[in-house]
Every structure is written in structure tokens, then in C-alpha cells.
Ligand binder design. Structure first.
Ligand SMILES: Nc1ncnc2c1ncn2[C@@H]1O[C@H](COP(=O)(O)OP(=O)(O)OP(=O)(O)O)[C@@H](O)[C@H]1O
Ligand SMILES: [Mg+2]
Length: 441
């Protein structure tokens, strides 16, 4: 085989390369299958025939007993007893259209008439149905008032009223708030402690025994006087507390210039003629020192226990001790010592403006001298809010109203009263240091 000549190389094509064939154009998208048609709506079902409006039923019969049972839940706002027990329900009439009740007030122009009217209507509303409620007010006659007073005081009304707190069976704890010197905060402690005790659900009364220097009406914001029902005095109730003060009986700006026997008589009358009801706690705000009133209180209320208030200043504590020592002579118990104005908290620090240790010192001294343990019950800080609210007649409530307080936050001073109320409100009435009313046969 001849090798032949090698083939000449293929001439490379000259010029531009021929254009590359274009890729095939994408196929147009397949048309989607047609969506199924929605099912044709069914013809609407025929509506059921409209029910006829119900025929008004005749009102359920309402027996008088049911009305009386509802009225028994209404209390007289001043006496705090069911109006049915006080003979205040005169007539009850029930018909298909209306429910009429006629009440008898103890005196004409009773200051709490509107409250009573609202309370009665609220009690009757659930059973009245469509009936129209009518509340009429009349006034008790002399006989009816006498029957009510007898019912409240017991007995046949022929004997003069007695001091209920001096009776052997009395369950009321009586605390007399005392101090050796003035201005240490007795009245502020009395008022705020009373409100804190009432907030615990206790029945509380304040007898302002500081006849010459009464300040309880202002601190408690007393805006009305007591109601007189013949010889019975019904104390006004403010901030949940029954309050009696000579301030309610003297003209504004007038001073009381009574001396010993008159003072004694005033305190006695406040105990006997005032209808206090069943109190859990009675607080007496005493004048400073160991004067006539302190002695009268000791005589009239041998069961009273002293709460000795002092500042942390040792000199004040020495004076306070003298007030406590009167307890030894009168056989009254000392329930404890309260140190007030203990410190002022500024920027998280306690400034002891009136010194320190007065409360503890007097508790120790009284314990030694009386021969029974006397405790320092509480230290109450200084707080301008306490004074401001005292001036405005709004004792502290449990939540602080300081501008930077969280909702529900309790200020240190309010917390101190809450603790004090807890200690004094739950304490059983002690018998130590008390003469028992037992006479030898
Ligand atoms: N913890 C306290 N913080 C701030 N102010 C207080 C405090 N305790 C009492 N005060 C204020 O001190 C003043 C004297 O208090 P208060 O009248 O209660 O004392 P008192 O012992 O009853 O006086 P008196 O002996 O004249 O009856 C009042 O202006 C009162 O608001
Ligand atoms: Mg006072």
C-alpha cells in the first residue's frame, strides 16, 4: 500500500463564525385544566315561623315573710342592728304592681335617711321583680322609741343606763392611749390604730377623753355630730369607727373649762349614755400626763389597759414612765409601749431626729417596776404624710398615697399601724393585774 501524500490540512474557514443555532424556544405553558365550578347554592330553607311574643305571666306571689327576711339584712347605719330588730319596719304591702314598705325613723330629720332608703331598695330589688318599690319614712312615737331603747339596753328601761364596759361579762378590749408629755402623737396613734383595727373587720370605737385639748374630730374628719334619741346618744361612724368627742358638743372656737368632777361626769356620760353596741375594741385618747381624766378613766374602766406612747428621746421616755406607773396605783395593766417619731427615712437612711432607745428604755423600766413584762409593741417612723392627713381629716389607709408609691404599696408608717392592729386586735383580753368581781360569801 502506497503511503501516498499526506492530505493537506483543511483550510480553516475565514471570517466570522456562523451564528450558533438558537436554543429552541420554551414551549408555552400548558393551559391549566378549568377549575371546577362551585356547587350551585342550595335554595334557602324556609324559615321557621316566628314564635309569638310570650304572654306576660302574672308576677310570682311574694309573701310578706320573704320581704321581712330581706329587710332583716338591712342594718340601721348608726345603730348597726337589723332594722327589723329595732322595730323600724312599720308596714309591708305587696300587690302585683307594687311593693311598699313604711319605715319608722328614730328621730325626724335622721341624718342617714338617704343611706337607709338606698339600703332598703337594694335589699328589696332582687325580689320585687317588675313591681314598683316604694319606701316611705315615718317617725317613731315616744312609746316605740322607748321600746327600741329597752331592746338595745336590756332591762325594762326603769334603771338608769350603765357603763357597759365595766360589766363583768364585757368582751370589749379597752385601751387607754396615754403619755407623760404632750405632742408625742397619742391622738394620731389613736385615730390611725382605730382605722387599722376597723380595716381588720373589728367593731371599733374612739372615746376622745382629751376634753380640754380634743383633736380627734379633726384627725378623723368628723363632719357631723351624734344623733340623740331621747337620753341615748348614737355616735357618728367615720372611717368605719364610732367616734365620740366633746368637740361635737361645744360650739366651734369655744373652750371647755371644766374641772375635775365635771370632767369625770363627761367621761362617765360618754360611757353610759352613748350607745356603743358590741364593740371589739374601745380606744380612749387621754390628755397628756397623769391628770384628773386619767384617774377618772382608771376608776370608770378598771378593765382598761394602757398603751404608753413616747418618742425615742430618753427625757420624754422618763416622763412617759410616770404615766405608766399610774397603772400600778390604779391596778390597770400596761398593754405595751409605742414609740412614735422613731426616725425619718431620707434616701434609704434613717435619721434619728429625736434620738433613739426611748421606747425600749421605758418598756424595760415599766417591766421592772410593775413586775410584769411590758413590751415595746411598735416603732412608728416620722412621716409628713401622717401629719398632712391628720390635718385633712383622712387617717392613713393601708395603701400609701405618696406620689411615687406603686399601686397597693404600703408606706412604712401605714405598715407600722397594720402590725400594731394585728397585735392588739388579736390579743386576748388579759386578766392579769385586774380585780375580779368576786365577792366572798
Ligand atoms: N409619726 C409621725 N410623723 C409625722 N408627724 C406626726 C407623727 N406623729 C404625730 N405627728 C404630728 O405631731 C403632732 C402631734 O401629734 P398628736 O396631736 O397626735 O399628739 P398628742 O400626743 O395627741 O398631742 P397632745 O398631747 O397635745 O394631745 C401632730 O401635728 C401630728 O400630725
Ligand atoms: Mg392629743
Amino acid at each position: 500500500m502506497s503511503s501516498g501524500a499526506a492530505l493537506p490540512p483543511k483550510p480553516l474557514p475565514q471570517g466570522p463564525l456562523p451564528p450558533k443555532p438558537l436554543p429552541p424556544e420554551p414551549l408555552p405553558p400548558k393551559p391549566l385544566p378549568p377549575e371546577p365550578l362551585p356547587p350551585e347554592p342550595l335554595p334557602p330553607e324556609p324559615l321557621p315561623p316566628k314564635p309569638l311574643p310570650p304572654k306576660p305571666l302574672p308576677p310570682e306571689p311574694l309573701p310578706q315573710d320573704a320581704v321581712l327576711a330581706a329587710l332583716a339584712r338591712v342594718q340601721d347605719p348608726e345603730i348597726r342592728r337589723p332594722i327589723t330588730d329595732l322595730g323600724m319596719v312599720d308596714t309591708v304591702e305587696v300587690s302585683d304592681e307594687k311593693l311598699s314598705v313604711r319605715l319608722l325613723l328614730t328621730i325626724p330629720g335622721c341624718p342617714l335617711k338617704a343611706t337607709l332608703d338606698a339600703d332598703v331598695r337594694a335589699a328589696l330589688a332582687p325580689l320585687a321583680g317588675a313591681r314598683n318599690v316604694r319606701v316611705e319614712m315615718g317617725v317613731m312615737n315616744d312609746e316605740q322609741r322607748l321600746a327600741m331603747r329597752r331592746g338595745l339596753r336590756g332591762g325594762d328601761g326603769s334603771r338608769p343606763p350603765e357603763n357597759p364596759f365595766a360589766q363583768p361579762g364585757s368582751l370589749t378590749r379597752v385601751y387607754a392611749v396615754a403619755s407623760g408629755k404632750g405632742g408625742v402623737g397619742k391622738s394620731s396613734v389613736t385615730a390611725n390604730l382605730a382605722v387599722a383595727l376597723a380595716a381588720r373587720g373589728l367593731q371599733v370605737g374612739i372615746l376622745d377623753a382629751d376634753v380640754h385639748g380634743f383633736s380627734i374630730p379633726r384627725i378623723m374628719g368628723l363632719d357631723r355630730g351624734p344623733t340623740r334619741v331621747d337620753d341615748m346618744i348614737l355616735p357618728p361612724i367615720v372611717h368605719g369607727v364610732k367616734v365620740i368627742s366633746i368637740g361635737s358638743f361645744v360650739a366651734p372656737g369655744k373652750a371647755v373649762i371644766w374641772r375635775g368632777p365635771m370632767l369625770h361626769r363627761a367621761v362617765e356620760q360618754f360611757l353610759t349614755d352613748v350607745f356603743w353596741g358590741d364593740l371589739d375594741v374601745l380606744l380612749l385618747d387621754l390628755p397628756p400626763g397623769t391628770g384628773d381624766v386619767a384617774i377618772s378613766v382608771a376608776q370608770l374602766l378598771p378593765h382598761a389597759e394602757l398603751l404608753v406612747v413616747t418618742t425615742p428621746q430618753l427625757a420624754a421616755a422618763e416622763v412617759a414612765e410616770r404615766a405608766g406607773l399610774i397603772a400600778a396605783q390604779t391596778e390597770q395593766r400596761v398593754a405595751g409601749v409605742i414609740e412614735n417619731m422613731s426616725w425619718l427615712e431620707v434616701g434609704g437612711e434613717r435619721l434619728e431626729i429625736f434620738g433613739a432607745g426611748g421606747g425600749a428604755a421605758i418598756a424595760t423600766q415599766l417591766s421592772e417596776q410593775l413586775g410584769v413584762a411590758v413590751e415595746l409593741l411598735e416603732q412608728i417612723p416620722l412621716d409628713p404624710m401622717l401629719r398632712e392627713r391628720g390635718d385633712a381629716g383622712r387617717p392613713l389607709n393601708l395603701a400609701s398615697e405618696a406620689p411615687d408609691a406603686e399601686p397597693g404599696e404600703v408606706s412604712a408608717v401605714a405598715a407600722a399601724f397594720v402590725r400594731l392592729a394585728e397585735r392588739l386586735g388579736t390579743r386576748p383580753r388579759g386578766l392579769a393585774g385586774r380585780k375580779l368581781p368576786v365577792s366572798p360569801r
